[in-house]
Each structure stands twice: as structure tokens, then as C-alpha cells.
Design a binder for this molecule. Sequence first.
Ligand code: MN
Ligand code: MN
Length: 288
Amino acid sequence: MEVFLSTLFADADAEYADAGYVIFGAPYDGTSSYRAGSRDAPGAIRAVSYNFETYLPAPGIDLADVAVCDLGDLEVLSLPDLVVDQVRETAAMIVQDGKVPVLIGGEHTVTPGVVAAVKPACYVVCDAHLDLRDEFGGTKWNHACATRRVMDLGVEDIFVVGARSGTAEEFELVGESDRLHMYTADDIADHGIAAVIREIKEIIGDRSLYLSIDADAVDCCLTPGLGTPEPFGITTRDLRSVVRAFAARASGFDYVEVCPVDAGQTAAVAAKLIREFIAWHAAGIEGL
Ligand code: MN
Ligand code: MN
């Protein structure tokens, strides 16, 4: 029987028992409000991951030397609350076994499942959207509610990087809550991503954190393969700076909301940044 390694993320060929990092996909787009299709993201991201060299020069890490396992994709159910349960159970196993979970979405709905398993003190999310609605489309588990559900988990501080879209009520909630810290895409254009990262690091101090990347944080004119594209966003380089800055201290990571209907550039950025996350975490070096 042949082994089809190309179905796995590139260089993620370690056995589960040996791995320090465990990738799994949650190809769920059941609550997508504009353009569905993020169910195809894990496959597209894995495919393009073979484009890259195993060696990453900036952290000085060869991913061929890092024990990474790819479990493949969850066979996701239809109802979003049940999918979150599936993700939480898988992530809890990974965390209990002392490994770092790396989730590929799917839409942002799936993220609170991993956060519930990791139980970080702080949550850093790059997203065009505040995702602070309490309910949308008849469910509290819509992707437009992802950050609100993370709030419910009792995370102490939440940092939204690249925000530029939400209801008046969501922006009011940011203003009222001491736990919510918003850095808009305009803030980052005005002050630079380095200043924003420095401020977030000061607030976090030595507490634990989780890093979630919603692909639409990036300007949709740069990476148009998105379920809910928003222009005037951050750059792919800004996003890489965030991953490099926080990877070493993050207890878990996800990359969600890629909808691979473009020429492949959005999945390419995702695959590269998943590789950057693992390499900078493995190196134990904080960028910036
Ligand atoms: Mn989101
Ligand atoms: Mn978003």
C-alpha cells in the first residue's frame, strides 16, 4: 500500500507520539455569511505548502528537523456548536499530551474550540472584523461571534489587530470593556506594526497567550481568497511580523477564513505563516 504523503502538510510527517506540533484541519464553512468555500482551505493550504524550502533562514530552523504531525481533517458535523465540540476534544487531546495544536480552518467558528482546550490568559487575533456579536444568523456559534465566544471563556485580555469592520454595538463593547484592546488597520498604517506589537507585549507581560489569524485581516487587494473580503487592511508583511513576534510564547495557533477562490496567493500566505509559526516557536525566538 502506497503512502500518500502529499495529503499532509509539507514536512509534517512525524508520528503523533513523537511530535511537538500537531496540525489538524476543520473544513467547516456552515455559517459563512457572504462567500462560502473555506471548507476547501485545508486542502489548498496543504497543497501549496510543498512549494516552500524546508529551511527558514530568519529563525534559522529547518522544518525537516522539527517533529510535526498532521492528523488530517476532522470529519466535521453540520451544526456549528457540534463542530466546536469536535475541535475542542481534538485540541484537548493534543494539549494533554504536551503538544502545540495548529488548526487550519474552515471559518472562524472553530477557533473557540481550541482556545477552550488551551486555556490561555491572553488571546491575540488578527482580523478585519471584531467578531463580537452575541448571535448572528440564529446561532451564537456563527463565525461573526468568534471573539465574543472567546470572551465567554474567561480569557483575561483580548487583542484584535487589523480591525476595521463591526456594528456600532461591537465598537461600543470595545470601548466599555477593559479586557478588549483594539488596534485598527489604520492605527497600524499610522504608527507601524512594531509599535503595536511592543504595546501588546507590555500589556501581556509574562502571561500565556493564544494566536489566531483570520486571513481577512490582510487587505483583500493583496489576498483576495476570503469569505468576507475587506479592503484597507494590514499587509502580509505586518501579519508575518505578528506571527514572528508572538509564536515563541503562544500555546496554540490557528489560521482560518481562507476561501481559495483566487490564484492561490491567500493559501500561499497561510501555508508560509503556518510554517513561520512552527519555526519561530521551535527556535524560541521572539521577532521584534
Ligand atoms: Mn473572524
Ligand atoms: Mn474576519
